[in-house]
Design a protein around this ligand. Structure first.
Ligand code: ADP
Length: 295
């Protein structure tokens, strides 16, 4: 079982040729709304990959909140830890360009209320093998969940996004840190991924740095290093590539896969997702991952 303590958003996505600069207006090709937020994305990625998943977080008393809940449920995610609060649901305003690159504004809304544990959360966390955390809710919420994970012997996996310097009270309870290259550079104060990996291993026992189309790097404190290439595919939308990667990685590790195999499956899952538009809507099922790896 995977528990996710984090954000739920409605993604409002516009597809354009080139993203607008300051003061500029550009025509869009297409628009759609799809549930997202790093927490919900990781939950859906893990559930589609075959894990039993529990989502802990909050949505607003609005139609977006209802849609987010229904989408999680459709992906078989347990939403008994998803609160409804008198706010707007979180929204992410996303622009995707012709190369598949994105720029994003996130308005936290209901996610801002997830600032600590409420009754029942500790039990939901304690019953899981892994706990997935990201930084789209208040730090106090992330810290409380990480501490609960550690107290209960749950593997705590943190995606340090959006990128910000982290305090020791969060990091001291993290088992596996999964930054992308940009986040790793900020946390480690070093833009070279191999040196950043070594620096981050001073803070947590295991690290994976994702390098976009260049794959990923794994290291642990015992000195193990694994480099995994990405699968060569035509990316149309890289939104949530990292969330898909983490969701599939945790599912595979939870099933007892060795790290190199789990990284390969995570890369395959992410490679499938970048070939499709959207965040949660782009994530592959377990069978799709198996079929992709086999071809
Ligand atoms: P994030 O989405 O958090 O910025 P990355 O861009 O590093 O994370 O992507 C996470 C993982 O997704 C990569 O390690 C890689 O396995 C896969 N991936 C990302 N972009 C591509 C791509 N263009 N082609 C193939 N795989 C990709």
């Amino acid at each position: 079982t995977v528990a996710v303590f984090g954000s739920c958003n409605m993604d409002l996505v516009a597809y354009v040729e080139t993203a607008p600069k300051q003061g500029e207006t550009v025509p869009g090709r297409e628009f759609h709304t799809v549930p997202g937020g790093k927490g919900a994305n990781q939950a859906i990625a893990a559930a589609k990959a075959g894990a039993a998943v529990r989502m802990i977080g909050a949505v607003g008393e609005d139609p977006f909140g209802t849609q987010i809940r229904e989408t999680l449920q459709k992906s078989t995610v347990d939403v008994s830890g998803l609160r409804v609060v008198p706010r707007r649901s979180g929204t992410a305003h996303i622009v995707v360009d012709a190369e598949g690159g994105n720029s994003i504004v996130v308005v936290p809304g209901a996610n801002a209320t997830v600032d600590g544990l409420v009754e029942g959360d500790e039990d939901l966390i304690a019953g899981a093998r892994s706990l997935l955390l990201q930084l789209e809710i208040p730090f106090s919420g992330v810290a409380a969940a990480a501490a609960a994970g550690r107290r209960n012997g749950v593997r705590v996996v943190l995606t340090p996004a959006p990128a910000v310097p982290l305090s020791a009270d969060i990091l001291s309870n993290v088992d596996l840190l999964v930054p992308n290259e940009h986040e790793a550079a900020i946390l480690a104060g070093d833009a070279d991924p191999r040196r950043a990996l070594a620096a981050l291993l001073q803070l947590v026992p295991e690290v994976v740095i994702t390098l976009g189309a260049r794959g990923s790097l794994y290291g642990n404190r015992d000195g193990a290093r694994v480099e995994v290439p990405s699968f060569p595919v035509d990316a149309v939308d890289t939104t949530a590539a990292g969330d898909t990667f983490v969701g599939v990685l945790s599912t595979a590790l939870g099933e007892g896969a060795e790290v190199p195999e789990a990284l390969r499956l995570a890369s395959a899952g992410a490679a499938v997702s970048v070939q499709r538009n959207g965040a949660s809507s782009s994530m592959p099922t377990r069978q799709e991952i198996i079929d992709f790896v086999a071809t």
